[in-house]
Design a protein. Sequence first.
Length: 134
Amino acid sequence: MALWELLDFIITGHDDAVIEERLERVRSAVAQSGPPPWWTEVESNTLANAWVDNLPGGDAEELGGMAGPIVESLTESVPGVRRTSAILGGMTSGTWYFLWSLDRVAAAKGLSTAIVAATATVRSLIAIADNSLP
């Protein structure tokens, strides 16, 4: 939801010029605070498509598609978690990701903590960008 809120802040009710200004303000807020390791995923999977009338719906599939690349990146930072992938299926194959850990409870807690922190960071960046508007 935080990524949807970020796009909503940038896009909703604005023309291309204002969208560009808001994108720059968000990017400036990221530069000031230092980009988190997963920020490149936000740039390439979310902000690259930030244009008028391009706000995705709020259904679980679209929200999951926005969050997926960040969560994949976050798994690399959780101690004791390893991620592998495989291409499964025939003509309709797709890439599937698997998380491995010797301590499932600790891994789930670590990943949950990382997701909560990333969510807070995105919302903080929205607030910083919003407060920098004239």
